[in-house]
Design a protein around this ligand. Structure first.
Ligand code: HEM
Length: 392
């Protein structure tokens, strides 16, 4: 301590803060006490009858001496006892991490793993079932092999004419290796597959279901295709900007049946006020896009399927959010739109679509991460004559 530095000053401050928080607690560490940290934590779910906040409780001992304990209301309302338990485990883990560095600043190296005891049934269930862990690891390895295979295929096929996203990212690997390592490219592929496939597929199924229930709309979409694309060739990507009515059909589908009806759960990073509500930092935020899209106060006849509402340039700002909004909104919105519009255009151009019976297709929503139909669409189709000619 002859030449104190800022880290010594920090350590001294930490000791003072710690002692200040525990005056007269009789903290005593016998010389022969083992320097092993143990912690016990629990939570009391929805302990407060007014606010439904739960309580975190923990107790930490170093050897046989208690060194830290706390009972504190959780800042965020937990929706289940399991969630409240996870929050208390998280808070206790932070305390343990802090205590470890505190001991280090006193010159005590705590190299052994710290032991945390809790009775979170959800975590215990997962931990006690090695099958879960094994199958997750197996699945991860399978995905890694698949994604690495796709990257290697592109890497070894540099001459290939087709432009692909993996190819574009590999091209950047030379100039920005740290931002485009194979690992990061794999992560991007997996995000795109997870976020981009089901969302587009369910939207297409909802759109076709709406169309067979509204044959006049279907007829109008086909007339638009015949007018702008004709019957001598297949519709292609450059035709999309001309197909305004088809675009309105997809937009109206996303309004009535947004693939992510509650968007993606977010957590507020700061205290804020929304309308008359104070939203504390760390609150889980779910945006009910489904309800916003059917709000009578902002939409005319909101439950009807009327693609025409978007034809007059209906301004969807702030009330139409199937891709979210702001900085965290869907980065694949443009692609997602095209991925739905183009195949739908092809299906309408090439086939006649009708319901399997007089009865309307059931439009109830099922349960899933992306909102599926409760009953999968069943419809009949017949190839249009002129399209058979193109194929031949
Ligand atoms: C009809 C198709 C799609 C719909 C309805 C959709 C919807 C959404 C929504 C609602 C979010 C969350 C936004 C928020 O929290 O505010 C999201 C995020 C995301 N989407 Fe899409 N999406 C679609 C297609 C795609 C496609 C094709 C891709 C990429 C190939 C994609 C990639 C992503 C990614 C990576 C995120 C996460 C962004 C982040 O959290 O930073 N999506 N999408």
């Amino acid at each position: 301590m002859q030449s104190p530095r800022s880290q010594h000053w920090d350590a001294a401050l930490r000791v003072l803060r710690y002692l200040k928080a525990a005056p007269g607690q009789g903290l005593f560490l016998p010389a022969d006490s083992p320097l092993q940290i143990y912690a016990f934590c629990d939570s009391d779910w929805a302990n407060c009858p007014l606010t439904w906040h739960s309580v975190t409780e923990y107790f930490v001992s170093l050897g046989n001496s208690p060194i830290s304990w706390r009972t504190k209301k959780q800042p965020t309302v937990s929706r289940s006892s399991a969630e409240a338990e996870y929050r208390s485990i998280a808070v206790t883990t932070c305390e343990l991490t802090w205590l470890k560095s505190f001991l280090l600043s006193l010159g005590v190296h705590h190299d052994r793993p710290m032991r945390l005891f809790y009775d979170n049934q959800a975590a215990l269930h997962i931990a006690s079932n090695p099958g879960f862990e094994k199958s997750i690891i197996r699945l991860q390895e399978k995905c890694d092999r698949l994604f690495q295979g796709l990257i290697d295929e592109r890497r070894n096929n540099k001459e290939g004419k087709t432009k692909t996203m993996i190819g574009a990212m590999l091209a950047l690997q030379d100039t920005e290796p740290e931002n485009y390592s194979d690992n990061i490219i794999e992560g991007n592929i997996s995000s795109m597959l997870l976020a981009g496939t089901d969302t587009s597929a369910v939207t297409m199924e909802w759109a076709l279901s709406l169309l067979v229930n509204h044959p006049k709309v279907l007829e109008k979409a086909r007339a638009e295709l015949d007018r702008y694309v004709g019957q001598d060739r297949l519709v292609n990507e450059p035709d999309i900007p001309k197909l305004h009515y088809l675009q309105s059909i997809v937009t109206e589908t996303l309004r009535l049946f947004p693939a992510a009806p509650l968007l993606v759960p977010r957590e507020s990073s700061d205290n804020s006020t929304v309308g008359r509500f104070d939203v504390p930092r760390g609150t889980m935020l779910l945006v009910n896009a489904w309800a916003m899209h059917r709000d009578l106060a902002v939409w005319d006849d909101p439950t009807s399927f009327r693609p025409e509402r978007f034809e007059g340039g209906e301004n969807g700002a702030h009330k139409f959010v199937p891709f979210g909004t702001g900085r965290k909104h869907c980065p694949g919105a443009g692609l997602g739109n095209r991925v739905v519009v183009l195949p739908l255009a092809g299906m309408i151009q090439c086939f006649e679509w009708v319901r399997v019976s007089e009865e309307l297709v059931d439009m109830s929503e099922g349960v899933g991460i992306t909102m599926p139909k409760a009953l999968p669409l069943e419809a009949m189709c017949r190839a249009r004559e002129q399209m058979i000619r193109i194929r031949n």
